[in-house]
Design a protein around this ligand. Structure first.
Ligand code: MN
Length: 339
């Protein structure tokens, strides 16, 4: 548990290590544009009131929208419609639901990318995971500026960062050097989805122009009162196994989640319980800095030798490691050779 809470500290308190090319993009009106030739320069933002020739040389920001509920989820249509007020939107999303598939990528079969009719939005469906969709979407659409994931029909609080496909889509964006924003809400009642729209727009107004936030997890309560910045709630894991039997009496198991009580103040769960919209800045580096420092000082291994070693750079060694990373498992390789 200690390690987990340290991770929590790291996730929220450490400063973000930002590549220089983070892009501040269009503000509230959604009509601001970015120079075509300089999309990743902070200086690229211009207002539409500038001269015609300047506007001609500009482009609107490119917003890739994905999710894990599938391309046919009403949530993605809601988010894409809100995003289209801020830039050019393209939807690339799984062809079937991929909730709780986490950050899986499809490495053992090829993926398809098929045009799909969504009202007023250019959209493509992929027979893969949310992370696949973002990777493929960024490959197919040059210079994506930001990835929005959602609107997920179900909250993604606390430990959900580990299994959420919605968050994986946003994380994949951050891994690619883009910005990623995950947005989740409870499954809608009849009157909820319309009521949330202005809050979604406001969240985008806050987050889209901010280049200092490469990865953010946003959760909306049913009837929001406003916004708060939060940290991840990781007091204890909320997964549980529920046993049952099939019609023949054989044991089966559901893996599910149970409600947690007593969320820590300032966390995402705490905020949602109080009807605040939760916005959690995340980072990709999960290194437990406190544990690392303690290990190095109390149980030093060969760090000194490794650091002082003055061997010349060996490109062969680097290449060999990359090849090992890319190698298929032995079983898969054997199956391929059987074909
Ligand atoms: Mn989902």
């Amino acid at each position: 548990m200690r390690a987990v809470s340290d991770v929590e500290d790291d996730l929220v308190t450490a400063s973000l290590d930002l590549p220089a090319q983070r892009l501040p993009i269009g503000a509230a009106s959604g009509t601001r544009v970015v120079k075509q030739g300089d999309a990743h320069s902070p200086d690229g933002v211009q207002s539409p009131s500038q001269s015609g020739s300047q506007v001609a040389a500009t482009r609107r920001v490119r917003i890739l929208v994905s999710n894990d509920d599938s391309i046919y989820s009403p949530g993605i249509a809601t988010l894409a419609a809100a995003a289209s007020e801020f830039g050019n939107v393209r939807v690339v999303a799984p062809d079937v639901e991929q909730s709780s598939t986490g950050h899986a990528i499809t490495a053992s079969r090829p993926l398809s990318y098929r045009p799909t009719k969504l009202p007023g939005i250019e959209a493509y469906r992929v027979n893969g995971t949310p992370a696949d969709c973002v990777a493929l979407g960024a490959y197919q659409w040059d210079r994506v500026d930001v990835v929005l994931a959602g609107l997920n029909q179900g909250l993604n609080l606390g430990n959900a960062i580990w299994h959420s496909g919605t968050l994986a889509a946003a994380k994949q964006a951050a891994l690619l050097g883009l910005r990623g924003i995950a947005l989740s809400a409870p499954p809608p009642d009849d009157d909820d989805s319309e009521a949330l729209k202005p809050w979604i727009r406001r969240a985008l107004e806050i987050l889209l122009p901010d280049p200092t936030l490469p990865l953010v997890n946003v959760n909306f309560p049913r009837r929001p009162r406003g916004f708060v910045w939060t940290r991840v709630s990781v007091r204890r894991y909320d997964g549980c196994v529920v046993p049952m039997t099939d019609p023949r009496g054989r044991p089966l198991y559901w893996f599910t989640t149970s409600a947690l009580e007593g969320a820590e103040p300032g966390t995402d769960r705490w905020a949602i319980e109080r009807a605040w919209i939760s916005m959690t800045p995340l980072r990709l580096d999960l290194t437990d800095e406190k544990a690392l420092a303690a290990c190095r000082s109390t149980r030093p291994l060969d760090e000194k030798a490794a650091a002082s070693e003055n061997r010349p750079h060996e490109p062969d060694a680097e290449l060999s490691v990359r090849e090992d990373e890319a190698k298929a498992p032995a079983a898969a390789a054997a199956a391929e050779s059987d074909d």
